[in-house]
Design a protein around this ligand. Structure first.
Ligand SMILES: [Zn+2]
Length: 412
């Protein structure tokens, strides 16, 4: 069974002419240990991290040509930054990745439980002032990685979005990943940062014509093309068709638990049958698109029938959520020029997919997971359906995608 493995970086220390990463590894249990690394990797990591603030850092398990990345979490923002690493670091990272239980951690030669056996004075050469003897971290360092997503969510809810934007330097990111991270405006009454200078939100278009925004709930991308079937590399979208259903709530809860995005393409008749589920999707910040009123084959339908399928289903969703429906997915992926014209004239965007799990056919969680693991997932829009098998497979799918270092986004 797949296990979520998270590697949090708490500090970088120099002690007796060696460098150590202070890490928190979450596996079946959590362990707070020190990882001896070469000076080059330590310094390269130090350049992209700052432990004087309340930032939380997650180290990626993924490397590519002596490059790896670190994700910085702060309030509602998360940004990924690349750093250079040695072969030695990659070897150690691989060993950590292959660990199956925390108890095996002590067998790794580069891991130690403490930096110094005795007193704080011995650790005088530390790069970071916070840590004294390495075994007694400051309270803020004890923040469990497990509660981090929760913390971020809570902070996000109680923190104002001032429209403040940050630009991640293109030079510090993997190619094609330069992006603006926006903090959308929200209820000013909740503001805890009123002194902060207000800026107009900015967005930047990527090559692929997609605006990337991260909000307080789930990271999302705003599609710009009339018809989309893929995403930029480094991202992936999970899409759930044919609901809402008795499984919607569970799917939403799993997405929430992992703090990842999701998009639901609902059928109008089901929307009327499960209005509470529609509300639940929207309340939790996930997207709802229309998948027609009756799951009709639009390519084989008249113009008026097509329009009715689109409009009625959108109105059914809008009556519940109060938000305009902007995404559409044709049943069976079947559409013609008339469909495109109608969809565009109603200001909606068509979302297809480029990764079909065939979950509706197998109805088998193991096979769905196997499919995901054997296909090229980066940049994919994954097609799933609201079934028991999908619910059962979802935690393993998300874990796998996160381990591939992908950002799981909601589509808008
Ligand atoms: Zn369908």
């Amino acid at each position: 069974m797949y296990q979520l493995k998270l590697l949090q970086l708490l500090g970088i220390h120099e002690y007796e002419n060696s460098f150590y990463l202070e890490i928190n590894l979450q596996l079946d249990e959590e362990a707070h240990v020190f990882w001896e690394v070469d000076s080059e990797t330590a310094l390269s990591l130090k350049r992209v991290s700052d432990f004087s603030n309340e930032h939380l850092y997650r180290l990626s398990f993924h490397t590519n040509n002596n490059k790896s990345s670190i994700t910085k979490h702060y309030l509602d923002q998360s940004t990924r930054i690349e750093f250079t690493c040695s072969d030695q670091y990659i070897e150690a990272l691989t060993a950590l990745k292959q660990l199956e239980a925390i108890t095996e951690l002590d067998k790794l030669p580069f891991i130690s439980r403490k930096l110094a056996k005795n007193t704080s004075q011995e650790a005088s050469q530390m790069l970071e002032s916070e840590v004294k003897d390495g075994s007694v971290p400051k309270t803020k360092r004890k923040l469990s990685w497990l509660i981090t997503p929760l913390l971020i969510t809570v902070l996000a809810i109680f923190t104002a979005y001032t429209g403040h934007s940050i630009l991640i330097s293109a030079s510090t990111l993997p190619s094609g990943e330069a992006l603006w991270v926006d903090r959308p405006s929200a209820d000013k009454a909740l503001s805890l940062e009123e002194e902060q200078v207000k800026e107009k939100p900015k967005t930047m278009l990527l090559k692929e014509n997609i605006t990337i925004v991260e909000n307080h709930k789930t990271p999302y991308v705003e599609l710009i093309e009339d018809i989309s079937s893929k995403l930029p590399k480094g991202m992936v979208a999970l899409t759930f068709d044919d609901g809402p259903s008795q499984f919607t709530g569970e799917i939403v809860d799993i997405l929430k638990e992992f703090g990842v995005g999701g998009t639901f393409f609902t059928i109008g008749t089901n929307v009327k049958q499960y209005p509470e589920q529609v509300k639940y999707i929207a309340e939790n910040g996930f997207s709802i698109g229309t998948h027609s009123m009756t799951h009709a084959n639009l390519a084989a339908s008249s113009k008026s029938k097509q329009e009715k399928e689109l409009v009625q289903s959108s109105e059914a969703i809008e009556a519940i959520t109060g938000e305009q429906v902007t995404l559409f997915r044709p049943p069976f992926g079947a559409m013609n020029d008339t469909t495109t014209r109608i969809v565009t004239s109603h200001g909606k965007k068509t979302v297809l997919w480029n990764n079909d799990t065939r979950d509706w056919e197998t109805r088998n969680a193991g096979k769905i997971i196997q499919h995901i693991k054997t296909t090229d997932v980066t940049g994919s829009i994954i097609l799933l359906h609201e079934t028991k098998a999908t619910v059962d497979a979802l935690p393993a799918i998300i874990t796998y995608l996160l381990e591939q270092d992908l950002q799981i986004v909601t589509l808008r």
